[in-house]
Ligand binder design. Structure first.
Ligand SMILES: [Zn+2]
Length: 200
C-alpha cells in the first residue's frame, strides 16, 4: 500500500488514529478527557467514514476533542417550567430604544391625556408598526404610562362623519324651511293651500 493512500486514509480518520499492528489495520480513538481508548481492527484498510460511524454508534464524539461514551456531556433535560418560573429576559438595547421612542410618541403626539384616550389616527397597532414593538408590548406600556386606549379610531371617525352629516342636514332643512315660507306667502296671497311645517 502506498504511503500516499495511507496518509489520505489517516487524514480522513482524524482524530481517530490509524496504525498497523500484526498485519492488521487498527483504528484507535483516544478520549481527550479521560485517556480511555477504543480500537477497531480490520484485516482490510477500512473506509474512514465507516470506522468513525461505528465508534460514534458506540457513543464516541469525534470532534476536535474526541470524547469517550463515559465522558459525554450530560444532555440537558428540557425544563417544563411554569411560565411564572421563567424570569423575563432583560430587554435588548434595541428594545430599550424602541420603548423610549414609544414613551415619547405617546406623550407628545399620540395620547390625549385630557380625555384619557388615543388621539384620532393613533392606535396600539399603529404605534407597534411605528416602533417595531409588538402590539402586546405597546398595549401594556400605554396602559402603564398613559391610560386606556379609548374608543377605536373607527368609532371616532364614524361619529365625526355622522355629526357632520347632521349639521349638513340641519342647514339643508333651514334652507328648505325658508323656501317653504316663500311658497306659503305666495299661497296665502292667492288663497292656495299652504304647507304645514312640523317642529324640529
Ligand atoms: Zn473519556
Amino acid at each position: 500500500m502506498s504511503n500516499a493512500i495511507l496518509e489520505r486514509v489517516r487524514s480522513r480518520l482524524h482524530p481517530v488514529q490509524g496504525l498497523f499492528r500484526d498485519g492488521r489495520f487498527v483504528a484507535r480513538a483516544s478520549c481527550a478527557s479521560c485517556g480511555a481508548h477504543e480500537e477497531w481492527t480490520s484485516l482490510k484498510m477500512p473506509e474512514p467514514d465507516v470506522v468513525k460511524k461505528k465508534l460514534e454508534d458506540r457513543g464516541w464524539t469525534l470532534k476536535r476533542r474526541p470524547t469517550c461514551p463515559s465522558c459525554q456531556p450530560q444532555k440537558e433535560v428540557p425544563v417544563t417550567a411554569s411560565p411564572t418560573a421563567v424570569p423575563a429576559a432583560a430587554p435588548s438595547p434595541d428594545t430599550r430604544a424602541a420603548l423610549r421612542l414609544l414613551g415619547s410618541v405617546l406623550d407628545k403626539e399620540a395620547y390625549d391625556h385630557a380625555n384619557n384616550r388615543y388621539k384620532p389616527g393613533f392606535t396600539d397597532a399603529s404605534l407597534a408598526k411605528d416602533t417595531g414593538l409588538s402590539e402586546k408590548v405597546v398595549s401594556s406600556e400605554r396602559e402603564r404610562l398613559c391610560g386606556p386606549a379609548g374608543e377605536p379610531e373607527m368609532v371616532t371617525t364614524t361619529r365625526v362623519m355622522f355629526v357632520q352629516m347632521l349639521g349638513d342636514l340641519a342647514s339643508m332643512r333651514s334652507e328648505l324651511v325658508a323656501c317653504v315660507g316663500g311658497f306659503n306667502k305666495m299661497a296665502s296671497k292667492h288663497g292656495f293651500e299652504k304647507i304645514e311645517l312640523s317642529e324640529g
